[in-house]
Ligand binder design. Structure first.
Ligand code: ZN
Length: 435
């Protein structure tokens, strides 16, 4: 299959590399069949909201990546003067929040900021990725949920109502219609927003939609008290909602699936207390996204072609990389994943290559084992089929940094020079599992 393109990854590097980091994230990506990942502009320090911050990102990623890496820039209040420079420097597009993001150096924007930024992005031909929840419905819901048991999942769920997503998406679609700025709704959770999204698409608005493995796998009914590894925002909702997300993948209202891998040090998940309100929000899933989504898709009668469309082709198109990533085609990079769709395995966090073993998929029985991952024709990862679980990586990291230029993309020239001198071909050595 074409290698996966994961357009929603929080690498947290530089600044919070102890949360993940480019070396560990790209190892996990390679082991999970992902050949390109795109890093989110927040949770690192600095956040990628200036050209200087993008340079710091590239310095952190330089020479340590196992797969190809691109960067989203950020839209925050007051940084419109930076947007053109960030685009010229090669960011693939821009991300914004409409509610507090959880980190102080990535404040959220409001309608007025969007009216300033979106015409600029439309002119630059870069999509705006939107964390679509509005503060108003959340504040009202928090008031109503006050005094609830913080160990109960229902308490957290009640504070992030579907209305927060629905109203945010309506607001953004309105400005999208005025400005024609391409809009991408990240991590859609509330199925209630689907009618508006379908109508917008029917009107020809440039809008795309993503959901994540956790919204397709887990359900609120099954989340145990204190199971804080499952806390994320927007939250995982009920079973009927999950079924509607799968239907939206079937009819095309949802374009793609990205991991929203957002790990943190285990202590921040407040597991001893099991306090959903105190825990950091974010789900670690990068390496298991292929198996998690495929397991659910297969049960529902979807095919490998559907999976490749959701997790390779469409994300590559979103990132402006469609001419060379996400497809097996003449002229495209030979980014490939060789995997066994029927093979079963049990997810054990300690055996994954994420920096931290904590994942809500712990103990899940899934189908789909990655055997080899090729990045631009070179074997980046290899897992032996002989039963001795041995994960092996290429001798040297050969991932490149991708940038978007005009409608296409190219590597930064300095990086090309360096990686072309790196060992290549069959040079695959024993994995260093020490982290
Ligand atoms: Zn995210």
């Amino acid at each position: 299959m074409p290698g996966l393109v994961d357009t929603h990854v929080h690498v947290n590097d530089p600044g919070r590399a102890e949360w993940e980091g480019f070396a560990s994230a790209t190892r996990a990506a390679a082991a999970g069949g992902i050949t390109t990942l795109v890093d989110m502009p927040l949770n690192s320090t600095p956040a990628t909201t200036t050209v200087a911050a993008l340079a710091a990102k590239r310095a952190a990623a330089d020479g340590v990546c196992r797969v190809d890496v691109g960067f989203w820039g950020g839209v925050v209040p007051g940084n419109v003067p930076e947007l053109e420079g960030l685009a010229a420097a090669g960011v693939l597009g821009f991300k914004c929040f409409l509610v507090p993001s959880g980190v102080d150096d990535f404040p959220h924007v409001g309608e007025r900021d969007l009216r300033e930024a979106m015409p600029v992005l439309a002119r630059l031909g870069r999509p705006l990725l939107v964390h679509a929840e509005l503060p108003g419905p959340i504040a009202a819901a928090e008031e109503a949920a006050r005094g609830g048991d913080p160990r109960r999942y229902a308490t957290w769920l009640a504070t992030r109502p579907p209305a927060a997503e629905v109203e945010a998406i309506r607001m953004v679609l309105g400005i999208c219609a005025e400005t024609r700025c391409p809009v991408h709704i990240v991590h859609l959770s509330a199925a209630e927003a689907l009618p508006d999204l379908r109508a917008a698409r029917a009107r020809g608005l440039p809008v795309t939609v993503e959901t994540c493995p956790h919204y397709l796998v887990f359900t609120a009914e099954e989340i145990a008290d204190g199971a804080t590894p499952l806390k994320c925002a927007p939250p995982i909702r009920g079973r009927a909602n999950r079924d509607r997300l799968w239907e939206a993948l079937r009819d095309g209202a949802i374009d793609l699936v990205a991991s929203d891998h957002s790990p943190c040090p285990p202590a921040l998940k407040a597991r001893e207390a099991g306090d959903f309100m105190a825990a950091w929000g974010g789900i670690a899933s990068l390496q298991v996204a292929l198996s998690a989504v495929w397991s659910g898709a297969r049960e529902r009668g979807f095919t490998l072609a559907d999976l490749a469309r959701w997790m390779s082709e469409r994300p590559a198109r979103l990132a402006g990389l469609a001419d060379r990533k996400g497809v097996i085609a003449p002229g495209a990079d030979a980014d490939l994943v060789v995997w066994e769709p029927e093979a079963e395995w049990t997810i054990e966090g300690a055996r994954l290559h994420h920096r931290h073993p904590l994942t809500p998929y712990e103990g899940s029985r899934v189908r789909g084992i990655v055997r080899s991952t090729f990045v631009r024709g070179e074997r980046a990862f290899d897992r032996r089929a002989d039963g001795k679980a041995q994960d092996r990586f290429a001798a040297a990291p050969t991932g490149r940094m991708l940038e978007r230029t005009g409608s296409g993309a190219a590597e930064r020239s300095g990086i090309v020079e360096r990686t072309d001198r790196a060992p290549s071909g069959g040079a695959v050595d024993r994995a260093d599992r020490s982290r």
